[in-house]
Design a protein around this ligand. Structure first.
Ligand code: DAH
Length: 343
């Protein structure tokens, strides 16, 4: 009997030692201490023993039981501690890792550029006017002295909706709209920003939709010198105080004389023949302008004998490309956040 008990204790002890998880440990408890275990069977056998044998054997069995129970309890505590340790290790948070960056929303680079342009002209007392993007042929062309068969219409391939309605190809119709809103040759000093549409291919320098800002000043005694001074001031504000402008003769049907305006290259200042921005010429074309044609004034109710004016039109994408050093127009429209986050 004693040997049997000792064997059981040893077997239990090595089984407990080898066990690796709580479930298996519980199986061992059932096996060695449960109702159907050998120890329980031994207790039953005890009834057959003599009265003097019983207490001694009983004590041996009880001790064995307690010993196994203690071993199991110890192991249980150890396994639980291990489990906690594993859990802590697997759920560990490395507080030294850099966090995920949360980007704040911000204005689109074209909006930023447009806001800057507006600010500059508002600081000179200009008002900001609006006109419809779906425009009549009359305002888009005719009121700007481009009758139906005028060859200069070919310069701006248009999206027509009906014969008389189109997506405006330029912001210049807002000139005529603003003059018609006013009367008695009232002075005008306005800009008109907005989207314009042309049947152009979509590539690095063309888009069927882009943004323009129109400018119009009408008053008594407005001269070409006012135009030049205004544009020079504007370019210095937007491109920096060292910027210079150059005026080249050009043609627009609604201005006479007409000019195209170049700004000095802000990248190389004309010193690098391989400059990616100006290609070595030192100059970048940025806008069209001129003195408002007398016919444009009179068609919209102004008297060319009393007042004169100048006008200009510029592309906002082009100005943004030059100020931010962007070489492909399409970035503005594709909303790739890797691009947009940079502003
Ligand atoms: N509307 C012209 C264009 O889109 C730009 C322009 C040129 C506007 C001369 C003007 C101007 O007001 O005077 O090409």
């Amino acid at each position: 009997m004693e040997n049997k008990v000792k064997e059981l204790c040893d077997a239990a002890s090595s089984a407990i030692n080898a066990v690796a998880d709580l479930k298996a440990l519980d199986d061992i408890r059932v096996k060695f201490l449960g109702k159907k275990s050998e120890i329980t069977t031994l207790v039953k056998v005890m009834n057959e023993l003599s009265a003097e044998e019983k207490p001694r054997v009983g004590k041996i069995i009880n001790d064995a039981r307690n010993q196994i129970k203690n071993l199991i309890d110890e192991k249980k505590a150890a396994l639980k501690a291990q489990e906690l340790q594993n859990k802590l290790a697997s759920e560990k948070i490395d507080v030294t890792l850099s966090g995920r960056k949360i980007y704040r929303g911000h204005l689109h680079p074209l909006t930023l550029t447009l806001n800057r342009v507006k600010e500059i002209f508002i600081s000179m007392g200009y008002s900001v006017e609006e006109g419809p993007e779906v425009e009549t042929d009359y305002f888009n062309f005719e009121a700007l002295t481009l009758p139906k068969d005028h060859p200069a219409r070919d310069m701006q391939d248009s999206f027509y909706i009906t014969e008389e309605i189109l997506l405006r190809t330029q912001t210049s119709p807002v000139q005529a709209r603003t003059m018609q809103k006013n009367s008695n040759n009232a002075p005008i000093r306005m800009i008109a920003p907005g989207r314009v549409y042309r049947r152009d291919d979509y590539d690095a320098s063309h888009s069927p939709m882009f943004t323009q800002v129109e400018g119009l000043v009408v008053d008594e005694g407005i001269t070409f010198a006012d135009l030049k001074g205004t544009l020079d001031f504007f370019c210095k504000k937007i491109f920096g105080e060292t910027a210079q402008i150059r005026l080249r003769p050009s043609f627009f049907p609604f201005t006479e004389p007409s000019t195209e305006v170049d700004v000095s290259c802000m990248m190389c200042h004309g010193s690098d023949e391989h400059c990616k921005v100006c290609h070595g010429s030192g100059w970048l074309e940025i806008l069209g302008a001129g003195m408002v044609h007398p016919d444009v004034l009179s068609m919209s109710g102004y008297a060319p004998s009393k007042v004169s004016g100048f006008a200009f039109g510029m592309g906002i994408e082009r100005i943004a490309m030059l100020t931010y050093g962007i070489d492909d127009l399409r970035y503005f429209f594709e909303n790739d956040t890797r691009f947009l986050h940079q502003f």
